[in-house]
Design a protein around this ligand. Structure first.
Ligand code: NI
Length: 448
């Protein structure tokens, strides 16, 4: 459950916070909720009073340090200090520069009730000192003497988000999370209209629509953006253009929206439009980069943040990051990991980009490769002539469009789905192990 955060002005900071008497289910639930809230906001540490609990407890989630500190006691701070930047979830819209001890020793109880002694240095020591301070109602700003010089205010960036599937929803969720602590304002979300799906042909809304509704964000789901009229003249959806203009975005963020955005939309924000693309560009431009990387048997793929132009994925790249492809990754699992990487990259970039502190670099167009829009029939494989990369293809197309073949047995034609982890599924039946299926059907020769 996501928790509300208390600001620095909240009356809770007038209290003295008590030690946690016993680590029961209630405390464990509170810590789990704090972890969910911390991840949502993109922060690295959170203290109990920040969620309205008058307790001596805080959590940290940064790099290798993911820990719950219960009833902590500072044993030692070294004299040596270094300068660094901090922000605080209770003080949205500010960052400051201050000195902290470079090394500390802290005694505390962990969530299992075990007493521990931790020696922490560098940024880990900084985070823990910041959170430890909260337990005595102290904020990082209290350590900044020259606030004119060392306390910096920033405005939230206004952005309009375009996106459709789960990949996009993960990225939008991280943007919404950081907007709750003053990083952004999201006046409008644009997604694809609902699709008819399933046997009953029911309307299914996109994961992005679900999220926008959950957080009460204005939503548009136009069925077209640009088209040609009967005389062949190019026309733009002026209604949606007007709505985006009215939202006054400084930047547009696009992630797997599904349609090409016309120049009339891309150029609305002063800072242009940024795309989160599921490959390291210029490799795998187009609609199915994640599937293409798995199908090719690549060991690595990644995510790029690109300044969009009218051409498909040809804009200059601001930043990209690599992501390893594991042997058992499917589209579903890899796409989820890339969405998290993409969220981190876009959150890193937006303020820098809008404030012109980061530049984009032209792609090496001669090295570009392209991927296609996948259709249901792309999942069909010829039983007698299977592709060499069948195993990769099965993972790449899981769960959609899936890979299947037609297997003839006596006078019957069976539609057989080929699934990851050596599993098959005859239409209308439960999935079973390939080995088991083969023992009953010795002439089923496919293997992966
Ligand atoms: Ni804080």
């Amino acid at each position: 459950m996501l928790l509300n955060l208390t600001k620095k002005t909240d009356p809770i900071w007038k209290y003295t916070f008590k030690p946690v008497p016993v680590i029961d289910e209630k405390v464990k639930k509170m810590v789990a909720d704090m972890q969910e809230t911390l991840t949502f906001t993109g922060g690295v540490g959170l203290a109990a009073p920040q969620i309205g609990e008058k307790l001596r407890l805080f959590i940290v989630d940064y790099g290798a340090l993911k820990e719950t500190f219960i009833n902590p006691k500072m044993i030692k701070r070294v004299k040596e200090t270094d300068e660094g930047e901090e922000g605080c979830l209770s003080i949205p819209g500010y960052r400051g520069i201050l000195d902290r001890a470079t090394e500390i020793v802290l005694e505390y109880t962990d969530i299992r009730g075990k007493t521990k002694l931790a020696t922490l240095s560098g940024f880990y020591a900084r985070i823990v000192q910041h959170e430890y301070d909260h337990l005595s109602s102290t904020f990082y700003v209290d350590h900044i003497a020259d606030k004119k010089e060392n306390l910096l205010a920033f405005e939230p960036v206004r952005l309009v988000f375009f996106g459709t599937p789960e990949f996009a929803a993960t990225i939008l969720r991280s943007l919404i999370g950081q907007s709750t602590v003053g990083e952004y304002e999201i006046p409008l979300v644009v997604t694809a209209p609902p699709k008819l799906a399933g046997r009953k042909q029911e309307e299914r809304v996109t994961p992005v629509e679900e999220l926008a509704k959950q957080f009460n964000i204005a939503l548009e789901k136009p069925s077209w953006l640009v088209k040609k009229d009967s005389s062949g003249k190019r026309i733009v959806n002026e209604e949606i253009v007007a709505k985006i203009k009215a939202a006054k975005p400084q930047v547009i963020v696009v992630a797997s929206y599904g349609k090409i955005l016309p120049k009339e939309i891309l150029d609305i924000p002063v800072s242009g439009s940024l795309n989160v693309h599921g490959s390291v560009l210029p490799k795998y431009r187009g609609a199915s980069p994640i599937q293409a990387a798995i199908a090719a048997g690549d060991l690595y793929t990644g995510v790029s943040i690109m300044k969009m132009n009218e051409k498909m994925d040809e804009g200059p790249v601001i930043i990209s990051a690599k992501q390893r492809i594991n042997k058992d990754d499917t589209f579903e699992t890899l796409s989820a990991k890339l969405a998290v990487t993409g969220s981190n990259l876009i959150n890193h970039v937006i303020h820098l980009w809008v404030n012109k502190k980061i530049k984009a670099k032209a792609q090496k167009h001669e090295q570009a490769t392209y991927t296609k829009i996948l259709k249901k029939e792309d999942g069909y494989v010829d039983f007698g002539n299977p592709p060499k990369n069948l195993s990769n293809l099965i993972r790449a197309y899981h769960p959609w469009p899936g890979v299947w073949t037609i297997y003839r047995i006596k006078n019957e034609e069976l539609r057989v789905k080929l699934l990851p982890k050596q599993t098959v599924q005859v239409e209308g039946k439960k999935p079973i192990a390939l080995k088991e299926f083969k023992s009953g059907h010795p002439d089923f020769t496919l293997t992966w």
